[in-house]
Design a protein around this ligand. Structure first.
Ligand code: CU
Length: 300
């Protein structure tokens, strides 16, 4: 009974700890390294922090805004074939907005909220960048430039953008749409989940059949020069021919008046004597080596 109660207590404790997801708050731990670069020992990072310098063309801060962006695998579930996503794919702000982003990473891995193409005279490498290993929260502030422009926001950890962690931020009216923003714009490389394998094979074959027609109009590829194997002809062949010419008169005299079977018997006889000679010489050599060893190593 006591055992059962303690197991029950453990289950309650465990489920309580699961229910209350703890986010490590990096905002209180960050150290300012200058140039808008903030870091802490736990791996939180802010780059391009700017809460007070006005970008060129901004007379004042037009608006002060605060947003919370969540990042995680679960936000990609509604996008077929994607693995990671932000909970928001499109942002829109007035030019010269002072924007604070609270970035909440809900996965047990590292994610970023990285914005590109900002003016480089203010933002190192033209980037504003929040990064943290989750589950954790990190915040940063920037002042958006003037003008209508669309900025790429993504996670730059290898393959996270390709797998869905990509968004666009429009300042003013923006400057068009970026491709492959989940739920917003078409994928550059679209995955086809509707077609079965037979249809995909048929499609690939049809495409392959079309290819030579396209290639016919273009000039033929340069021929690979073939290296003539002249070394073989000048080497082995010449020696063989010379030997044949030298031996021909001798053999002609030797086999004159002999039938084919007699010639074969003669050749085999020569071969047999040759092999016998080789064996005899070999056994003599072995005996010689054996006797020498006996001389070097006297028997006990
Ligand atoms: Cu990521």
């Amino acid at each position: 009974m006591v055992k059962l109660l303690s197991v029950g207590a453990l289950i309650v404790l465990f489920s309580a700890s699961v229910a209350a997801q703890e986010y490590e708050d990096h905002d209180v731990m960050l150290m300012d390294h200058g140039d808008g670069h903030l870091m802490d020992m736990a791996g939180g990072m802010v780059m391009g922090q700017n809460a007070d310098k006005l970008p060129g063309g901004c007379d004042n801060i037009s608006e002060t805004r605060e947003i919370t962006v969540h990042a995680g695998h679960k936000y990609a579930e509604k996008f077929p074939g994607r693995m990671y996503a932000f909970d928001i794919q499109e942002f829109n702000f007035k030019p010269c907005t002072k924007l604070t982003v609270h970035f909440v990473n809900e996965d047990n891995i590292r994610h970023q909220w990285m914005m590109h193409d900002l003016p480089k005279y203010m933002y190192p490498k033209g980037m504003f960048h929040l990064e943290v290993s989750g589950p954790a929260k990190i915040s940063g502030t920037l002042i958006l430039p003037p003008g209508d422009k669309t900025y790429l926001v993504h996670c730059d950890i290898a393959q996270h953008m390709e797998k869905g962690m990509k968004a666009q931020l429009k300042v003013g009216r923006g400057s068009g749409d970026l491709p492959s923003i989940p739920g917003v714009t078409a994928y550059v490389v679209a995955d086809d989940y509707k077609a079965g394998l037979p249809e995909l094979i048929a499609k690939a074959e049809a495409e392959a059949a079309l290819e030579p027609v396209v290639a016919a109009g273009s000039p033929p590829p340069p021929a690979i020069p073939v290296q003539p194997e002249d070394s073989f002809i000048s080497g082995v062949t010449v020696i063989g021919l010379a030997l044949g010419l030298l031996l021909a008169p001798f053999l002609e005299r030797k086999f004159k008046g002999m039938s084919i079977s007699e010639i074969v018997v003669y050749i085999f006889d020569i071969l047999r004597s040759f092999i016998e000679l080789v064996i005899k010489q070999l056994s003599r050599l072995i005996n010689l080596v054996a006797s020498n060893r006996n001389k070097i190593l006297p028997g006990k």
